[in-house]
Design a protein around this ligand. Structure first.
Ligand SMILES: Cc1cc2nc3c(=O)[nH]c(=O)nc-3n(C[C@H](O)[C@H](O)[C@H](O)COP(=O)(O)OP(=O)(O)OC[C@H]3O[C@@H](n4cnc5c(N)ncnc54)[C@H](O)[C@@H]3O)c2cc1C
Length: 324
């Protein structure tokens, strides 16, 4: 087992930039590396040195960039092989990966290859008094938080949910840069792109400063919520009941199964305040809740509570703000 204490963060590329979650993790990982008395290393894979150099602005002691034109999109086999090689050589104590679709795929494969433990989808990280990294995950439907450690194997691999740590601002370039050129050939890539059809507009609620969130109490009238959202420059979010009913797209679900958000203001309309939902707004700066049940648990999570029927309240707000 490695005793280096080094913390590696896999920085997932998205074209010519990085997934915000990777940078969020890098911001938090500095403290983890310091607590483990190790170095912070960012590792990335994709074509181009300029974008690799950009990663030096986020506080790592070293950036390892695996650079090859064939790494222009994620490929399970190639990325696992390349990361495994670097991890075996570098022998870090911890590997942190964003819990994106590709990140989850990579983390699971690396854990099997390296015969080590994987803590999935954590919402916070700490180092305990014994020097173990603890990944906190909501468990049993959000009723408890479980702290998970990987005491005997290294690296301890952890995937982190998007939006749980603040996005750091880039600083001046710092630390070393090591470029790895694997000279891949087509045969090293396990997948082939036949055709590329971009998905339509997608929404990333983890980046929204103001959210208007609807639950079952909206009765499915999200048009009303959209009118309010437009007036105040907000995005629309929803509880699972609302997304399961297909009142809005699945990607707008907030909570344990959905996204964890950190808006400045969240306006929650007709949601009861189940813990699986409130975990997704607990990092909001200010929560306003409207519910016609004065005993609804959402009021415990709210800074301002309004007991009443959401319909007239929202319509009044929209008209006072000069809309229809
Ligand atoms: C493993 C697991 C994971 C889950 N993950 C998530 C998750 O990520 N996100 C999530 O949201 N849920 C999740 N859930 C579901 C969660 O437990 C709740 O069932 C869900 O959040 C409830 O949605 P709701 O508040 O919209 O509906 P309800 O609980 O039915 O609440 C509706 C509320 O609307 C109020 N209301 C009704 N009409 C009006 C009106 N006209 N004006 C004002 N108020 C009104 C009612 O008083 C009530 O409080 C999960 C559950 C499990 C078991």
């Amino acid at each position: 087992m490695s005793a280096s204490g080094d913390v590696w963060v896999y920085a997932e590329r998205r074209g010519a930039s990085y997934r915000p979650v990777s940078l969020e993790i890098l911001g938090r990982a500095r403290g983890v590396a310091d607590a483990l008395k190790g170095r912070l290393v960012a590792i990335t894979a994709g074509p181009g040195e300029a974008i690799a150099r950009e990663l030096r602005r986020f506080g790592a002691d070293e950036v390892i960039a695996i650079d090859d034109p064939l790494l222009d999109r994620y490929d399970t086999r190639a990325f696992t092989d390349l990361l495994e090689r670097e991890l075996r050589a570098g022998d870090p104590s911890v590997l942190l990966i964003g819990a994106t679709r590709d990140g989850q795929d990579l983390a699971g494969r690396l854990a099997v290859r390296l015969r080590t433990g994987l803590t999935a989808h954590v919402t916070s990280l700490e180092v305990d008094s014994g020097g173990q990294l603890v990944g906190w995950v909501p468990g049993f439907g959000g009723g408890i938080e479980a702290g998970i450690v990987c005491p005997d194997r290294r690296p301890s691999i952890v995937t982190v949910r998007p939006g749980v740590f603040p996005l750091p601002s880039p600083g001046s370039p710092n630390g070393g840069l090591r470029i790895v050129r694997p000279s891949l050939c087509e045969g090293d890539i396990g997948s082939r792109r036949v055709e590329f059809e971009p998905k339509g507009d997608t929404v990333d609620l983890t980046r929204s400063e103001v959210l208007v969130i609807g639950g079952r109490g909206t009765g499915g009238d999200f048009g009303r919520l959209e009118r309010l959202a437009r007036r105040i420059g907000a995005e629309v979010g929803a509880t699972r009941v609302a997304t399961d009913a297909r009142w809005v797209e699945r990607e707008r679900m907030i909570g344990q199964t959905g996204v964890v958000t950190r808006p400045k203001v969240a306006i929650v309309l007709g949601a009861s305040g189940a813990v699986q939902f409130t975990v997704g707004i607990e990092k909001a700066g200010f929560v306003i809740a409207v519910n016609r049940d004065p005993d609804a648990p959402i009021f415990e999570a709210a800074d301002l509570g309004i007991v009443g029927d959401l319909g007239p309240i929202v319509d009044r707000l929209v008209s006072d703000l000069g809309g229809r």
